[in-house]
Write a protein that binds this ligand. Structure first.
Ligand SMILES: Cc1cc2nc3c(=O)[nH]c(=O)nc-3n(C[C@H](O)[C@H](O)[C@H](O)COP(=O)(O)OP(=O)(O)OC[C@H]3O[C@@H](n4cnc5c(N)ncnc54)[C@H](O)[C@@H]3O)c2cc1C
Length: 232
C-alpha cells in the first residue's frame, strides 16, 4: 500500500498540513519506536495500554502474557487503535499560546487478531527480537512450547493511519517579534546508555556483534534504523 485512505476516522482536521498518509512516512515514524499505546474498549470503558510493538509490512504486532486482560479481550477481534509518539523538542515562543512541541506521531486503526499458529507465532516473536538485536535468536535458547503457549501475540493489519509531524522553529504573532524575550527550540533526543553486562555472564563471553549499533550516546532513532537495516 502506498498511501492509507483518508476517512472521517483518520483525516486530520487540526493543522492538516502536518498530516501524512503515505505508507513510507507512517512506517518511518512507527519504526523509530519500540513502545506504542494500544486503545480498545471493554464494556464501554476505554483503556489505553502501553506496550512494546513491532511492524512487518502493513501489520503491527504486540505480545504479552496469555493471561493479560488486554490480549484476552483483543483476541475477540475487536477494533483497536495504536499510537506512537516521539518528542523531538520544546518550542519556546514569545507568548504562552505559541509555545509548542516538535513531535512525530502516528495513529493507526484496525482490528485485533490473535496469531494462533505456533510456527507463525514463533516466527513473528523472533522477528521482534531480531528487529532490535540482529542475530540474537541464533545466540539465545529457543522458546519452549510451554513458553509459546503462555505468550499471546496480537496482530493488526493497518486499515487506516495518519502521521502528524511538527518540526521547524518558532511561529510567533508578527507583533510579538518586537518583544525583548528569548525564543527558540530545545531539541530532545532519546539516546542509549553504556551497556551493563549481567553479573552472571560467563567470563570471556563477548558482547554480540549484532549489538554494535548500540554505541553509548547514539540516538535511539539511528540505532533502530541500523538494526532494521541489518535485518536477519
Ligand atoms: C514501556 C512499557 C512496555 C510494556 N510492554 C509490554 C509488552 O510488550 N507486553 C505486555 O504484555 N505488557 C507490556 N507492558 C505492560 C502493559 O502496560 C500492561 O500492564 C500489561 O500488558 C497487562 O495488561 P492487562 O490488560 O492484563 O492489565 P491488568 O493488570 O488487567 O490491568 C488492570 C489495571 O491495572 C492498571 N494498569 C495496567 N497496566 C498498567 C500500566 N502499564 N501502567 C499503569 N497502570 C496499569 C490499569 O488501571 C488497568 O486498568 C508494558 C508497559 C510499559 C510501560
Amino acid at each position: 500500500m502506498e498511501s492509507f485512505p483518508q476517512t472521517p476516522r483518520s483525516r486530520l482536521r487540526r493543522r492538516p498540513q502536518r498530516g501524512h498518509y503515505d505508507a513510507a512516512t507512517v512506517y518511518r515514524v512507527l519504526d523509530a519506536a519500540v513502545i506504542a499505546h494500544v486503545g480498545y474498549v471493554i464494556d464501554g470503558q476505554p483503556f489505553v495500554t502501553p506496550t512494546a510493538f513491532w511492524r512487518e509490512t502493513d501489520v503491527l504486532y504486540w505480545h504479552g502474557s496469555a493471561a493479560s486482560r488486554m490480549l484476552r479481550t483483543q483476541a475477540e477481534r475487536i477494533p483497536v487503535s495504536l499510537t506512537v509518539t516521539h518528542l523531538d523538542g520544546f518550542v519556546l515562543a514569545r507568548s504562552g499560546f505559541n509555545h509548542s512541541l516538535c513531535y512525530r506521531s502516528v495513529m493507526a486503526f484496525g482490528e485485533a487478531s490473535p496469531v494462533e499458529d505456533p510456527a507463525e507465532k514463533r516466527r513473528v516473536l523472533d522477528a521482534f527480537v531480531e528487529r532490535l538485536f540482529p542475530g540474537r535468536t541464533r545466540d539465545i535458547r529457543q522458546s519452549t512450547g510451554q513458553e509459546l503457549k503462555a505468550t499471546s501475540v496480537m496482530s493488526m493489519r493497518i486499515e487506516e493511519a495518519a502521521a502528524k509531524i511538527r518540526d521547524g522553529g518558532v511561529h510567533d504573532d508578527e507583533e510579538d517579534y518586537a518583544l525583548p524575550c528569548w525564543a527558540g527550540v530545545i531539541p530532545v533526543t532519546m539516546r542509549v546508555g553504556r551497556v551493563r553486562p549481567d553479573d552472571r555472564v560467563i567470563a570471556g563471553t563477548p558482547i554480540p556483534a549484532g549489538l554494535a549499533p548500540y554505541e553509548p550516546g547514539a540516538p535511539l532513532d539511528d540505532v533502530l534504523a541500523e538494526t532494521a537495516r541489518r535485518g536477519y
